[in-house]
Design a protein around this ligand. Structure first.
Ligand SMILES: [Zn+2]
Length: 100
């Protein structure tokens, strides 16, 4: 499967089965961004790993990606960090360091 069809199919599956924001836990449904826990630019290998993504609100997604210092206020950040750590410990350590 190529990346574009993976993203389309995965997003569709999540909207039907897990329509909640992985960062704040509120409903997001078809307004959700497909959000990667480990950035796509960091790991090509993890781009199409189901554990590495979920739906989120655009605003939550931006906090998570661009404002790690504020990410501690996202209600589900601990779950996301746990997943991040299981996927790539080096990336996790770097992210947690940026949250300080
Ligand atoms: Zn959210």
């Amino acid at each position: 499967m190529n990346k574009t069809s993976y993203i389309t199919n995965r997003r569709k599956w999540l909207i039907e089965n897990e329509p909640f924001c992985i960062l704040c836990d509120n409903f997001v449904g078809s307004n959700g961004d497909l959000t990667h826990i480990i950035r796509q630019s960091y790991s090509i290998k993890l781009q199409m790993n189901d554990l590495n993504n979920g739906l989120s609100h655009r605003a939550c997604h931006q906090i998570f990606d661009d404002q790690p210092k504020n990410a501690k206020y996202l209600p589900r950040i601990n779950e996301v960090l746990k997943r991040m750590k299981s996927l790539d410990e080096k990336y996790y350590n770097r992210y947690v360091d940026r949250m300080k």
